[in-house]
Design a binder for this molecule. Structure first.
Ligand code: NAD
Length: 375
């Protein structure tokens, strides 16, 4: 019998993405699996029930959906009530954030759910097409640049008009990972002059290839696996001294700096904000993990001494069509190599499968989560 893969409506307040778009539904169906989707699951991402007709069977409610499901696709972690509805042994995929959801992990263990936290997919070349962190960060980086352009008091591009020439905005981007690079590219397309900064030396080439200027603070902090490490107090001071000058001259500052598994580094101090031009803006993409700016209030946009500070949350959800399409494609690229004749055979010898697994048959596979549960 073909494996039944099911997609419920997301329940987290404000979440507009859905884990499957109509095109990927069709592609999964072509592999011989049975695709099921809860009625209205795609509505907040503008995918009507009818659009799924070619690939999926519509199911009235989540209870009936889970009663049939062998595999469940989620974006956000399921609620504990949702887990109660899963059949024992179901395979669950989602952005599960186990460190924030230990009670959920315990319930997944009780119910012998095989779960994959898609954010744990290793960042190796072969897995790039499955990398949900990258796909959602690309969406966020684009959106955050538009947000900055919208909130700032000036034009991003240079404008030559009958009333005179208007100088382009100066934008400073802190953190040039996936989101930061997408923000640089978007601000450049809008015509702004862009300077960017990252502690990883490898970022220089990427920043410059997008037509932006690297701010050189003399601090290098390449850590394990291509990520950044935390800076020492002296390094932070050196970084701050140089950045303060560039931030004071900027019309917009976009911050995207992160260290995996930790609170976001505080990079833009209150004094730096107070040294900024009136009408300038800071958009802090790191608001979700505490913010890169000392004055960020997660989820709020407000003014401090004439500077607008925005701390938007869950930005990919505010652009639900491409975010859902890219997420669904990541899931397809992850699962499809293991589907043969409508059956799913998980290959536990595959590094990508083994490293993205959170729980399996009552055991925690992800070592850091096991350590947290033991505390
Ligand atoms: P991230 O979201 O963890 O961090 C964003 C950026 O913030 C990073 O570039 C980081 O260096 C920077 N940062 C951290 N502390 C900082 C500080 N104090 N000051 C300034 N910047 C700071 O990172 P990410 O965007 O997910 O990606 C990080 C790395 O992984 C990059 O090298 C990226 O190219 C690489 N990557 C590789 C693959 C792959 O090979 N499959 C996929 C995606 C990303």
């Amino acid at each position: 019998m073909p494996v039944r893969m099911a997609v419920p409506k997301e329940l987290v307040s404000g979440e507009r993405r859905v884990a499957l778009d109509p095109m990927m539904a069709e592609r999964f169906a072509k592999l011989g699996v049975d695709m099921l989707i809860e009625k209205g699951a795609g509505a907040s991402a503008f995918f009507a029930d009818d659009a799924y007709a070619k690939g999926c069977r519509l199911v009235e409610d989540a209870r009936s959906l889970y009663a049939e499901a062998d595999v469940v696709f989620k974006v956000q972690p399921p609620t504990l009530d949702e887990v109660e509805l899963l059949r024992d042994g179901t395979v669950l995929l989602g952005i599960l954030q186990p460190h924030r959801n230990l009670d959920l992990v315990r319930r997944l263990l009780d119910k012998k759910i095989t779960s994959f936290a898609m954010e744990l997919i290793p960042r190796i070349s072969r897995a790039q097409s499955m990398d949900v962190l990258s796909s959602q960060a690309a969406v966020a980086g684009y959106k955050v640049a538009l947000l900055a352009a919208n909130l700032t008091s000036g034009f991003f591009p240079m404008l030559t008009t009958a009333a005179g020439t208007i100088r382009p905005s100066k934008v400073v981007i802190v953190g040039a990972g996936v989101a930061g690079l997408q923000a640089i590219a978007t601000c450049r397309r809008l015509g702004a002059m862009v300077e960017a900064y990252d502690v990883r030396p490898a970022a220089r080439q990427e920043i410059e290839s997008l037509g932006a200027k690297m701010i050189d603070t003399g601090v290098s902090a390449a850590g394990e696996g291509g990520y950044a490490r935390e800076l020492t107090a002296e390094e932070k001071q050196q970084q701050a001294n140089v950045l303060a000058r560039h931030i004071a001259a900027a019309n917009a500052v976009i911050t995207t700096a992160a260290i995996p598994g930790r609170a976001a580094p505080k990079i833009v101090t209150t004094a730096m904000v107070e040294g900024m031009k009136r009408g300038a803006v800071i958009v802090d993409l790191a608001a979700e993990s505490g913010g890169n700016c000392e004055l960020t209030r997660p989820g709020e946009t407000y003014e401090h001494n004439g500077v607008i500070i925005a701390g938007p949350l869950n930005i990919p959800s505010s652009f639900p069509v491409p975010a859902s399409e890219m997420y669904a494609k990541n899931l397809f690229n992850f699962l499809s190599p293991m589907i043969k004749d409508g059956a799913l055979n998980l290959d536990w010898n595959d590094e990508v499968i083994a490293k993205s697994a959170l729980t399996r048959e009552g055991q925690v596979i992800h070592e850091p989560t096991r350590a947290l549960l033991a505390q």
